[in-house]
Design a protein around this ligand. Structure first.
Ligand code: HAS
Ligand code: CU
Length: 554
């Protein structure tokens, strides 16, 4: 690509679209965080929810706002900016599609939120049967999914435009990564769209009497596991392609980064059964196969760990460090743009180990449905991913709003990350420990608090409440920084850092952009892992299969 065509800034019109997403995301963070505080308080056994508010309602608001709204809106906003920065401004048509997608998602979110607040949709963030919500909740979800397809199409279209203008050239790394994540998202959301439109909505409207619970859970988890990688990959975009620039180094290997993303596309989807290992009605042979595939999807994360260590060490050595760990001293610890995502990376080491425990079929029997799992995803999503997102927003927001990250805000951002680390160590640590003692997840204290075992869990639940309160302070700090960077920080130019490959690195293989090939293998793996078990479930699963047949006739 000629140097003159490489944009150094996000186009101002695309910046507006990106910021619109971030406003929704950070609003969700504030409200969702408040619900989290209420939950840990109730679970400590020392408080009761006021005004007749129901625990499951609060849990649903918390999970939906933080797990679904914050993530999806942040990711779409960040990906829009990343594509505009590296592949050039969107065309007017693509930008319009981006806005249509944004509004569909926002209207859908509002519809779902109203139903949850009216207590018509206390179905938790996984919303699968047999929990049933008001039809408006499902229509809202459908709008969110469709909106994300329209917005995702705009990003893929912008990549297509770049390819047409630069025939035979390797696409910019960040744009390539966004395309992989978007394609994965579209393939994955087909599953959740199917259960919502074909099962849950007709059931909620009263058109069918019953639905096949196992089919709905299976379609959900076909989507639910790639959902967690849809959250993770934007963090990996930052680690692979942005952090090297911030620390004054080079990308360790552009090809390795692309390969790891492609492996996520292939192996993220055919693994949903690892969330259903204890469910009857699925043949153990297929569970085993999907556990094997789950272990395959650990590989690109190990590649990422290797790559990050290599980047840090090479950068340190190029700046004169010696010895095995001398590079640690050369890292820019005073720079929030580095330190905040770095803490996220460090958290991913125990978080990933926990994931491997979950995926190990027999060990899953010990932890499934305990609060250990909640501890797991507060380390993965609520620490690794979210801290990286915070770290991104500290330069992205001022870049988009034409302001500067000041020294004071940089310092506050580092304090914020340490507050988060302390809070999460307490909260997630206590969750893991209580889970091993059998404390249940997703259960109101009023239901289990009086039981004989509960006494054993209470000290851990108090530790969770202490951790959760510290985390809430962390959320207030992020919001202070976000509002400052969006509206009050001094005007100026903040860099959108994009790393470069090592000089002399070979061009990445052209086959990496052969989408027919990758989509073909993705489809083959999905068909292999799901076709026979799904037919088996539909024909033989005992619960609710009548409902499925009723639907078939209808
Ligand atoms: Fe998970 C349940 C398995 C990763 C999120 N997971 C969940 C749920 C969520 C979630 C939300 O197999 C609950 C869903 C529900 O409500 O029921 N998970 C895994 C596995 C991985 C994994 C194998 N999960 C994630 C990520 C998430 C996430 C990422 C969100 C973003 N998970 C499971 C299973 C369950 C599950 C079962 C079901 C449990 C049950 O019974 O219900 C793997 O992807 C993990 C691989 C990661 C690694 C770590 C690599 C380390 C790196 C950092 C390098 C650090 C550096 C810094 C360079 C192998 C890349 C150096 C620093 C120094 C200080 C030295
Ligand atoms: Cu999973």
């Amino acid at each position: 690509m000629q140097a003159s065509t490489i944009p150094t800034k996000v186009d101002p019109r695309d910046a507006k679209l990106s910021m619109a997403h971030l406003y929704v995301a950070f609003t969700a963070l504030g409200l969702g965080g408040l619900m989290g505080l209420l939950q840990v308080m109730v679970r400590s056994g020392k408080f009761q929810l006021p005004f007749g508010i129901d625990y499951y309602q609060v849990l649903t608001v918390h999970g939906v706002l933080l797990g679904l709204v914050l993530t999806t809106f942040f990711i779409m906003g960040f990906q829009t900016a990343a594509v505009s920065r590296t592949a050039g401004a969107m065309s007017n048509g693509a930008r319009l599609a981006g806005w249509i997608g944004f509004w569909l998602m926002t209207i859908g979110t509002a519809m779902a939120a109203v139903m949850i607040l009216l207590k018509e949709a206390s179905v938790l963030f996984t919303f699968y049967a047999p929990l049933k919500a008001h039809p408006v909740f499902y229509i809202g979800l459908t709008l969110v999914i469709v909106g994300s397809w329209v917005a995702g199409g705009a990003l893929i279209g912008t990549y297509g435009k770049w390819r047409r203008q630069n025939p035979g050239k390797t696409s910019p790394l960040l744009t390539f990564m966004v395309v992989v994540n978007t394609v994965m998202w579209i393939v994955a959301t087909l599953g959740v769209a199917a259960t919502v439109l074909l099962q849950l909505l007709p059931w909620s409207l009263g058109l069918v009497e019953r639905v096949d619970v196992l089919v709905s859970r299976t379609l959900f988890w076909y989507f639910g596991h790639p959902l967690v990688y849809f959250w993770l990959l934007p963090a990996y975009m930052c680690w692979y392609a942005i952090v090297p620039k911030i620390i004054g180094g080079k990308i360790f290997s552009d090809s390795l980064a692309r390969l790891s993303f492609l492996l996520f596309l292939l192996f993220s989807i055919p693994v949903g059964f690892h969330h259903q290992l204890v469910e009857p009605g699925i043949d153990p042979a297929w569970k085993f196969l999907q556990v094997v595939l789950t272990f395959m999807v650990i590989i690109p994360s190990l590649m990422t760990a290797f790559s990050m260590f290599a980047t840090f060490e090479k950068t340190g050595r190029s700046q004169g460090s010696t010895g095995l760990f001398g590079w640690v001293k050369k890292l820019p610890w005073g720079d929030a743009r580095f330190t905040v995502p770095f803490i996220g990376m460090a958290a991913f080491i125990p978080a990933g180990a926990g994931g491997i425990i979950n995926a190990s079929h027999q060990l899953n029997q010990v932890v499934h449905n305990t609060i250990w799992v909640t501890g797991h995803f507060h380390l993965t999503l609520a620490t690794t991913v979210v801290l990286t997102f915070f770290g991104i927003s500290y330069w992205l927001v001022p870049h988009l709003t034409g302001r500067k990250l000041t020294k004071a805000m940089n310092k506050l951002a580092i304090i914020q990350a340490w507050v988060w680390t302390v809070g999460m160590t307490f909260m997630s640590g206590a969750m893991h420990a209580a889970g091993l003692l059998g404390a249940p997840r997703r259960s109101a204290f009023s239901e289990y608090g009086g039981s004989a075992q509960a006494a054993e869990w209470i000290p851990y639940q108090i530790a969770q409440a202490i951790g959760g309160s510290i985390l809430f302070i962390g959320i207030i700090l992020v919001l202070v920084i976000f509002i400052n960077l969006a509206f009050f920080a001094p005007k100026g130019e903040e860099e959108f850092p994009v790393g470069e490959a090592e000089a002399g690195e070979e061009k990445s293989p052209a086959v990496f952009e052969n989408w027919k090939l990758w989509l073909g293998i993705t489809a083959a793996l999905i068909l292999f892992a799901y076709t026979i078990p799904l037919i088996d479930i539909i024909q033989n699963a005992p619960i609710g299969s009548k409902g499925w047949q009723t639907w078939g006739k209808w």
